[in-house]
Design a protein around this ligand. Sequence first.
Ligand SMILES: Nc1ncnc2c1ncn2[C@@H]1O[C@H](COP(=O)(O)OP(=O)(O)OP(=O)(O)O)[C@@H](O)[C@H]1O
Ligand SMILES: [Mg+2]
Length: 326
Amino acid sequence: MKYALEAENLEKVYGKKVVLHNFSLKVKKGSIFGLLGPNGAGKSTFIRIVSGLEEGDGGTLELLGAKAGKASRRQLGVAPQENAIYPLLTCMENLKYFGSLYGVTGKTARERAESLLTQLGLKEKKDVIANYLSGGMKRRLSLACALMHLPKIIMLDEPTTGLDPATRIKMWETVRKVVHDTNATLILTTHYMEEAEALCGRIAFVNAGTVVAEGTPDELKKKVGKEIGKISTVPGNAENVIRIIKGMGAIDNVTETEHGVVVEAKDIAKRLPEIAKVLVKHGETVVEMSVSSPSLEDVFLKMTGLKLREVAKAENVKRNWRGERA
Ligand SMILES: Nc1ncnc2c1ncn2[C@@H]1O[C@H](COP(=O)(O)OP(=O)(O)OP(=O)(O)O)[C@@H](O)[C@H]1O
Ligand SMILES: [Mg+2]
């Protein structure tokens, strides 16, 4: 069996709202796979369907080579987006409880819990009730609870949201080690591009309920293709800047990002001085200009910006910006 997870044409509809549509994904056994996409894209819905918390409205799903069902889901460990821990139980009690749901009890449970608490930096909090942990500690406890039964497929929904930078990097190491030591497959969602790049062998971009691109980080970056120019200006009237640059002709795309305005055009490096001149003429002062190869964030913006319209066009269905059918 090559794949730990195979989803084909999954559908999920809430009332009139299409949340997953033609959602297809294959995740190789033993790999670390990232799901990226804007808020509301359908990532958590996909995870809920895989974990059996919700039923899909169509499509097929296989886990470890078998149709998803009670048996195959015993091999699944899920840490949902909202922490799944009991606030009035201590860390140790939480871990033992979640272990027991999967038949992990007694000495095995105690030893595994101790080991997870140590790996996740919660050793000192062993007998503290979960309610008294900091936000980042609760997040780590929730992850530990998902790992008690040594699942073969681990699904982590934004595992590092709310963690400080040092703890986040430590978490990456722990997660890598767990996957390696237990020969598991990991599927995670994240909004941190550097995290996806550091951890994931392959990534799928999800937009408006469907997978719009999939590949290794390098493959995905190549899809964006050309070099891009980034320009920061003062006063930085983005709307104005975009209009001016677009008006210069032979510009493929201009987008506003938190790091300035990103311009795509042939030979962008050669054209930047000319762009700067025009911007200055229109009352903008250029404070920074750079040319760079596409980053994963650029892929994100491209895939999730353009494709929404393309998906709607392909289906001949009108959707609003949230991906809802009109
Ligand atoms: N029980 C529900 N009833 C109706 N709509 C729902 C329900 N659960 C989720 N949705 C909708 O489905 C869409 C996808 O939500 P989902 O939580 O899967 O997004 P996400 O990709 O995980 O986003 P985020 O990055 O913000 O976590 C959203 O528009 C959400 O409002
Ligand atoms: Mg989510």
